[in-house]
Design a binder for this molecule. Structure first.
Ligand code: PLP
Length: 401
């Protein structure tokens, strides 16, 4: 297929035909089937040895000492904030380009999310953090966006200097490593999601990782109705809730974990191939990396278009790429601080609406991504993706708004 060929959106042939089979997600086989059957037949469906095994194995996989599961990444965030005694009157620094839970969890414990813009790594810009810290700041909560580990050394140093914890929102970064250590327990703690689209899933689920034994015990208590380990059953010490994982989820996650390393390396290899090719295309910018990232999960393959130098708008690009068979989208439509729930919070608390220039550009003009399942494709699939970019570039002048 020559890149000068007519675009599919203009009536030409598409690079991936209508019947192209992208890898499906979630990946599962008789391992999950067997695991679920075993739990069903055991008659023990709620948290027990399978959940405990997964907690230990996943913590070990991420080089953390303790793992505490719960029913989602969202509740994991809420639990760690509560365990840190963060509440009304407090502020937590978050990026404005992330899923709503990173900020809503802060509000759910009564504190205010303060937005620190991202940079071309798609993660919190460390150079803007110190200026956002006030006496009310009680934590820094960056996101390893798409699996790209944020600038952990600088952020950790800022957190230490200011005597506040660094919480990693690691909900995209199962398997990512920074200077050889897994994400999650590099700061005070980290949280992961096992929701359906995630690189390891039980439909829903979450985990908190930490190296701090006392903090781990507090989180475990909060997840389990405020009970304390070894305590009497109907004795509730902390103001906890019930967000425990089930044995069925624990068993599925252990099965999923057996494939995580191989899938992570497969996606990483495909992503490196794409990045090498895409960087040569004028007007396309890939997510900036860092040599400290010694292994990178890809939950999303993120890239930006500069409409001026590429030759067409992001919207036209996406329409053309979709017609060629690439399931790429524009990502978050608005900065997180424009979500009604956050605007309302800011109004109620008399806080001026923030303006973060980079995230405005991401949402309104430049950001695009496709999912981790695409990166599980073959080498030929990746070559096809590159051809799509080259083909659209060659025909960009025909794609006027
Ligand atoms: C960055 C980030 N944080 C937190 C969450 C919340 O995870 P969950 O969907 O498991 O509640 C998500 C989910 O998409 C996420 O992407």
């Amino acid at each position: 297929m020559a890149t000068q060929d007519k675009l599919a959106i203009s009536g030409g042939n598409s690079i991936f035909g209508a019947d192209h089979a992208w890898p499906t997600w979630p990946v599962h086989d008789e391992l999950e089937e067997q695991a679920v059957l075993e739990v069903l037949r055991s008659g023990k469906w709620w948290f027990g040895e399978r959940v405990a095994k997964f907690e230990n194995d996943f913590a070990a996989f991420q080089d953390a000492r303790f793992g505490i599961t719960c029913n989602s990444g969202t509740t994991a965030l809420e639990i760690v904030l509560q365990a840190l005694d963060i509440g009304p009157g407090d502020e937590v620094l978050v990026p404005p380009y992330t899923f709503v839970a990173t900020a809503s969890a802060v509000m759910r414990v009564g504190a205010t999310p303060i937005f620190v813009d991202v940079d071309d790594s798609w993660c919190m810009d460390p150079s803007r953090v110190e200026a956002a810290i006030t006496l009310k700041t009680k934590a820094i909560l960056p996101v390893h966006f798409g699996g790209r580990v944020c600038e952990l050394d600088v952020l950790r140093a800022i957190a230490e200097r200011n005597g506040i914890p660094l919480i990693e929102d690691a909900c995209h970064s199962w398997g990512s490593k920074w200077s050889g250590k897994g994400t999650g327990a590099i700061g005070k703690c980290g949280v992961f999601s096992f929701q359906h689209s995630k690189n390891i899933t039980a439909g829903e689920g979450g985990i908190i990782l930490t190296d701090d034994a006392e903090f781990a015990a507090k989180c475990r208590s909060l997840v389990n109705c405020g009970r304390i380990s070894g305590g009497v059953w109907y004795h509730h010490v902390n103001l906890g809730t019930n967000v425990r994982l089930t044995e069925i989820q624990g068993a599925i996650l252990s099965a999923q974990l057996t494939r995580l390393e191989v899938q992570t390396l497969h996606r990483e290899k495909n992503a490196s191939f794409l990045t090498e090719g895409l960087e040569k295309i004028e007007g396309i910018q890939t997510q900036r990396g860092n040599t400290h990232i010694t292994r990178r999960a890809y939950h999303l393959y993120c890239l930006r278009i500069d409409p001026g130098s590429f030759g067409c708008s992001r919207e036209k690009f996406i329409q053309a790429a979709n017609a060629e068979g690439l399931p790429i989208c524009a990502g978050y439509p608005i900065p997180l601080y424009e979500q009604p729930v956050i605007e309302q919070w800011y109004r109620q608390h008399g806080i001026t609406r923030p303006y973060c220039p980079m995230v405005e550009d991401f949402c309104r003009r430049s950001a695009m991504w496709f999912g981790q399942d695409v990166l599980l494709g073959s080498e030929e699939d990746m070559r096809g993706i590159l051809t799509i970019f080259e083909k659209i570039k060659a025909n960009a002048s025909n794609l006027k708004d």
